[in-house]
Structures are given as structure tokens and as C-alpha cells.
Design a protein around this ligand. Structure first.
Ligand SMILES: Nc1ncnc2c1ncn2[C@@H]1O[C@H](COP(=O)(O)OP(=O)(O)O)[C@@H](O)[C@H]1O
Ligand SMILES: [Mg+2]
Length: 308
């Protein structure tokens, strides 16, 4: 079966000459595909090109098998639900009125638009705010409403641009659960600059760096391939000679020792044993496992920060 989203050799050069996206190709099927990269790496530009909102300078996009920027544009658009980072709601209408309005624009009857709006509000955990003005919603509620709005047309492809940015950790977690809940039969394509989110919630991650796609795969595979080493850290009294045991030492002082290891579960006890039998003492020992943050650093030499 053809994947729901196919992007082939996408380029975007803005009018001022900025090369925002350079030769990006990927496929996304059912489940959650996450574009991960820092600010300015080309995520928004890529998402708006596959959502039908920004014309690529070059390249091709197939959505549900239809050529989005060619003769399949109408069918392709029917397949897409797109939530840009700032959804243009009408602030002085209520939550329900906004959703109904979107439904009417999508060609639903008034009755059907109302039924769908009510059901979606329940599905995103906002059953009681239908009568509230959009301008009065909290940040987290507004993001939930944005998800609901992207689902009004019952799309098979959902495209969400940084749906969790600016939210506190609790609100982020519940929003990701909602997003994952919609991913069973759909292709959900989401962006984030937070590696921990991509690691926890993505089925597949696309790593963006300066407008290019530099790696892709399930989080576990990316970690195993690009950042396989854990750090084993021990604090206490460290004997001076590390001997020829074969440890790759990252840091060694009199009271702290850090070694890199691909099998930390067996290396940690070995290291402790070695220290104790060499006359040292262990006060604290821990393993730091690598994640997508380390993958990004290994691929680009640059840090991708956790902050929201
Ligand atoms: N309308 C625009 N005109 C010129 N440059 C732009 C425009 N929009 C984005 N850019 C630039 O394109 C690059 C990619 O931006 P963007 O796709 O928004 O990245 P991200 O979503 O990963 O932060 C950045 O250098 C950004 O400054
Ligand atoms: Mg962006």
C-alpha cells in the first residue's frame, strides 16, 4: 500500500534568498511521524508544503496517493487536516461556533457540523467549554481546540506544527496522549524541537538540521545507530591507575570517574568491583542512557536543548 504521505525532493527558497528546505524526501504511513530539529531548521516550512499551504520551489508531494501541487490537489486537500502553530480562530466566537464554522466551510450541513463539533470537543477532553469564547481559553485548552479543528473534516492525514510548544509538562503529556489516540488509522505528522517528546511519542523521527533531513527512523533505532554509548558514572574515592581493563574514560578525577559503555548493565558492577578491589570506595553510581538529544549531537555537533 502507498504511504499516506510521500514527499519527494522538496526545496523551498524564500524570496529573500533563504534556503529554508533543501532536498527533503520522506514517507509517512499510519502512526506518529515527528519532525525534530531546533528553531529555524525547516520544520514549519516542510509541514506547510505537505499541508498545501506553501508551494514548494521544487519537488512533489503525494497525499493519499494524490499529487498535492498538481492535478490531485482537490482530493489531496480533502485528506488533510492541518493545524498551524497559530490557528486563526475567531476570538469573539465561542469554541463551538468556531468548530461549526470550520465544518460548514468543509461542506458539512449545519446539523452534521454541530454533531461533529460536539463529539470532537469530547474526544479532545473539552466537553464543557463549547460555550466559552475562544479568546478566554487557557493555552492548553486552545491547543486541544486546535487539534479538534484539524479533525473536523475527518482527515486521514493530520499535520500539526509544534502542538505542545509553550505548554507546561503536564499539559504537554496529556496533549501527546490525545494526539497518539488519533494516530491509529491516520498518518499524524507533528513537529517538535524537544528531543524527549520525539523519543517518547514518535513511531518514526525525521531529524532536521539547517533545512536538511539528516536521519530518520524509529527512536530506538536512531539511538542504537548514532548514540549507542551510555555513560557510567561513579563518585567516591577513585584509585589513580585505571589499569588496562579497557574502559573508555570520559572523565577521571580523584573523586569522580565517568566511562563510556555499550553494555552499562554489566559494566557498572564490573567498574564498582574494580574500584573496590583496587582500594577505592564507591559512594554514588549511576548510568546515563543516551537519547535523541545525543543522536542530534552525534549527527550535527550541535546541542538540541530540552527546554520548551
Ligand atoms: N517567510 C519567510 N521568509 C524568509 N525566510 C523565512 C520565512 N519563513 C521562514 N524563514 C526562514 O527559513 C528557515 C526555516 O524556518 P522554519 O521552517 O520556520 O523552521 P522551524 O519551523 O524549524 O523553526 C529559517 O531560517 C527561517 O528564518
Ligand atoms: Mg516552526
Amino acid at each position: 500500500m502507498e504511504p499516506l504521505v510521500v514527499a519527494e525532493h522538496l526545496y523551498k527558497t524564500y524570496r529573500d534568498g533563504t534556503r529554508a528546505v533543501v532536498d527533503v524526501s520522506f514517507r509517512a504511513g499510519r502512526g506518529v511521524t515527528v519532525l525534530m530539529g531546533p528553531n529555524g531548521s525547516g520544520k514549519t516550512t516542510t509541514l506547510s508544503m505537505i499541508a498545501g499551504a506553501l508551494k514548494p520551489s521544487r519537488g512533489r508531494v503525494l497525499i493519499c496517493g494524490y499529487d498535492l501541487w498538481g492535478d490531485g490537489w482537490y482530493r489531496a486537500r480533502e485528506c488533510i487536516g492541518y493545524a498551524p502553530q497559530k490557528m486563526p480562530f475567531v476570538e469573539r466566537l465561542t469554541v463551538l461556533e468556531n468548530l461549526v464554522w470550520i465544518g460548514l466551510m468543509r461542506g458539512l450541513s449545519l446539523g452534521e457540523a454541530r454533531r461533529r463539533a460536539r463529539r470532537l470537543l469530547e474526544e479532545v477532553g473539552l466537553p464543557d467549554v463549547g460555550g466559552k469564547l475562544v479568546g478566554r481559553l487557557s493555552g492548553g485548552m486552545r491547543r486541544r481546540l486546535t487539534i479538534a479543528a484539524s479533525l473536523v473534516g475527518d482527515p486521514r492525514v493530520m499535520i500539526l506544527d509544534e502542538p505542545t510548544s509553550g505548554l507546561d509538562p503536564g499539559a504537554r503529556e496529556s496533549l501527546w496522549r490525545i494526539i497518539r489516540g488519533f494516530s491509529g488509522e491516520r498518518a499524524v505528522v507533528v513537529s517538535t524541537h524537544i528531543p524527549g517528546e520525539a523519543e517518547e511519542y514518535a513511531d518514526k523521527v525525521l531529524v532536521f538540521h539547517r533545512g536538511r533531513l539528516v536521519a530518520e527512523g524509529p527512536p530506538g533505532e536512531l539511538i542504537a545507530r548514532y548514540a549507542p554509548e551510555s555513560l557510567v558514572e561513579v563518585e567516591g574515592v577513585i584509585p589513580p591507575a585505571m589499569g588496562s581493563v579497557g574502559w573508555r574514560i570520559v572523565e577521571a578525577t580523584g573523586d569522580r570517574l565517568v566511562v563510556a559503555s555499550r553494555s552499562p548493565d554489566s559494566d557498572l558492577p564490573r567498574l564498582i568491583e574494580w574500584i573496590v578491589s583496587s582500594g577505592g570506595r564507591v559512594r554514588v553510581a549511576r548510568v546515563r542512557r543516551p537519547g535523541l538529544r545525543e543522536v542530534y549531537f552525534a549527527l550535527t555537533g550541535e546541542a538540541l536543548e530540552e527546554g520548551g
